[in-house]
Design a protein around this ligand. Structure first.
Ligand SMILES: NC(=O)c1ccc[n+]([C@@H]2O[C@H](COP(=O)([O-])OP(=O)(O)OC[C@H]3O[C@@H](n4cnc5c(N)ncnc54)[C@H](O)[C@@H]3O)[C@@H](O)[C@H]2O)c1
Length: 257
C-alpha cells in the first residue's frame, strides 16, 4: 500500500457510510486489507452502491456490513452504539450532478437530512464515551470542491478559504451538509474534519461519471459527450491518492473549526 502510517489504524474501529460506493469502497478495502482496521460499512445500496466493490475484503474478520439508510436515525444510532467506533467517515451521498437536476429530493434526503442524522447520532455516541476515547473520536465528512462553484480557464485552484458558490442541487446539498458539520463542531464540540476534494477517478467508478463515460463511449465507437463548449475546467484526483489523504486525516487530521 502507498500509505506509510497505515499501522496507526491497526485494530482501530472505523464506521464508514457509503462504503459500497466508489470512494467509500476504496477506503474500506484499504482500511481492512492494508491497515488491519475493523470496519462497519453502512450503506443503503442505492443504484450507485454495489457489494462487489468490497468483495475482496468481505470475508475478512475485520469487515462488517449493515444495510441502512443514513437518514434512519434509529437504525443508524443502534448500529453506531453497537459497533463502538473510534471514527465515523461520512461518504454516503447522492453524488451525480445530472441526477440532482432531474430529481433533487433524494439529494436533500441523503446529503442534508442524512448528514444531520449522522451528526446527531455521533454526538450522542461521543458523549457516552469515557474521556480518553472521546478525545480520540473523529467525524470525517467528505465533501466536494463543487461547493465553491466553477473554475474558469485562468482561475487559481480552489482552497478551503474559497467562497461557497454552489451551482447545482447536488453542490447546494453538499454545501448545506458542510455548514451542518461545521455548526455541530462549533456549537456542540463534535470533533469534525471536513474535506472538499476534487473529482475522483479510478477503479469501480459508476459508469455515469465523466471518465468512465468517455472511456466506454470511445471503446464502443460512440461520440464523446461534451458539456457546453468544452471549456469547463476540472481538477482530477486518483481515488487511491484520495484514500491516502483520508487515512492521513484519520490519524493526524486537525479538527475543522
Ligand atoms: N466521486 C467524486 O469525484 C467525488 C468528488 C468530490 C466529493 N465526492 C463525495 O464523496 C462521497 C462519495 O462519493 P462517491 O463518488 O463514492 O459516490 P457514489 O455515488 O459512488 O457512492 C455513494 C454511496 O452511498 C450510498 N448511499 C446513498 N444514499 C445513501 C443513504 N441514504 N444511506 C446510506 N447509503 C447511501 C450508495 O449506495 C453508494 O454506495 C460523496 O459524499 C460525494 O459527494 C465525490
Amino acid at each position: 500500500m502507498g500509505y506509510a502510517n497505515g499501522s496507526a489504524l491497526r485494530n482501530r474501529k472505523v464506521l464508514v457510510t457509503g462504503g459500497c460506493g466508489f470512494i467509500g469502497s476504496a477506503l474500506v478495502r484499504t482500511l481492512v486489507r492494508d491497515c488491519q482496521a475493523h470496519v462497519l460499512n453502512i450503506d443503503k445500496l442505492t443504484y450507485a452502491g454495489c457489494p462487489s466493490t468490497v468483495a475482496e475484503v468481505a470475508h475478512l474478520p475485520g469487515y462488517q456490513f449493515t444495510r441502512i439508510d443514513v437518514a434512519d436515525s434509529t437504525a443508524l444510532e443502534q448500529a453506531l452504539f453497537r459497533f463502538g467506533p473510534d471514527a465515523v467517515v461520512q461518504l454516503a451521498a447522492e453524488s451525480h450532478v445530472d441526477r440532482s437536476i432531474d430529481g433533487p429530493a433524494e439529494f436533500i434526503h441523503t446529503n442534508i437530512l442524512g448528514t444531520y442524522v449522522v451528526l446527531e447520532a455521533s454526538l450522542r455516541y461521543m458523549r457516552s464515551l469515557p474521556e480518553e476515547s472521546r478525545d480520540r473520536f473523529r467525524v470525517l465528512h467528505i465533501s466536494t470542491d463543487e461547493v465553491y462553484g466553477a473554475l474558469g480557464l485562468e482561475d487559481a485552484p480552489f482552497t478551503e478559504q474559497s467562497q461557497h458558490r454552489p451551482n447545482s442541487p447536488y453542490s447546494a446539498s453538499k454545501a448545506a451538509s458542510d455548514h451542518l458539520v461545521r455548526a455541530w463542531g462549533k456549537t456542540y464540540g463534535l470533533p469534525v474534519i471536513i474535506s472538499n476534494c476534487s473529482n475522483n477517478y479510478g477503479p469501480y467508478q459508476f459508469p455515469e461519471k465523466m471518465i468512465p463515460t468517455m472511456i466506454l463511449s470511445a471503446l464502443h465507437g460512440q461520440n464523446l459527450p461534451v458539456y457546453g463548449t468544452g471549456e469547463n475546467v476540472r481538477d482530477w484526483l486518483f481515488v487511491e491518492d484520495h484514500v491516502s489523504a483520508l487515512l492521513h486525516m484519520l490519524t493526524a487530521g486537525r479538527v475543522s473549526l
